[in-house]
Design a protein around this ligand. Sequence first.
Ligand SMILES: [Zn+2]
Length: 272
Amino acid sequence: MTICAYCGGDGPFTKEHIYPKCLYDLTPEQDITFFEIGEEKKAFTGQATVRDVCKSCNNGFLAKLDSYFCGLYESSFYKFIGEGEQTAFEYDFDKLARWLLKVEYNSARTYKIDIHSMKLLIPYIRYGYPRPSGLAIFIQLVIPFDSDKYQSTRNTPGVTPYKLPPMNTRCGPINFIEHEDWYGLARFFAINSYYFYILHPYREEQLKKQWKKALQFFREGIPSAQWLQHNKHAIVLNASSVDALAATKSEILRFREPYEEFKKKKKKGKYD
Ligand SMILES: [Zn+2]
């Protein structure tokens, strides 16, 4: 029997979008979803959903969190931030954190990873309290790729200089964290220039000793990520030097085959 992933109730169930529906409406140009479980990799068009969320959760707190996110999209996330630029970002820490966590939890269930550690955060996602001890959120701004900056494309006859904005929506585990000092949940959510990193220790007792060290390790790995303080409501963000290509290179390589397949099918009109 299916039970609701948030309240444990027995339904009725409705489809919950992994990314909010408003995002699909606001970004029709982002029409490909990449999907990977184990060895299986796929690219498809359409909206990714989960089916283990009850109507009352879906239309209740989850809808409220989505509407908070959609407001942030219209005030901030639609923007592409260029090299050397700054932008002010206004936020409500708990609403933002809960929204990020619910997206990660939906995705974690789909991909069958991190589920246990995400379940511990359900009360916070639902009610907004208690805020999990040690929860840390970082944000990094990724800039457009500029072909002029790369030796291999600069001044090459026949290559017209071009820029590529970091236009995508993604989430999942942070892959670079494989370190003995790491003891927690580490996931990211990316939307256009905005890359969020969500970190939480697996166990309370780790807080004192190792968690500080672990966060230090994260900050050394991604030095341009800025810490979002939970007791503030605004931050001035500085563009990092990481560009759209550097940020997505490993995905581009991993999904090259399903992407080529997708393009062929699309050409044949299969996705129209
Ligand atoms: Zn429910």
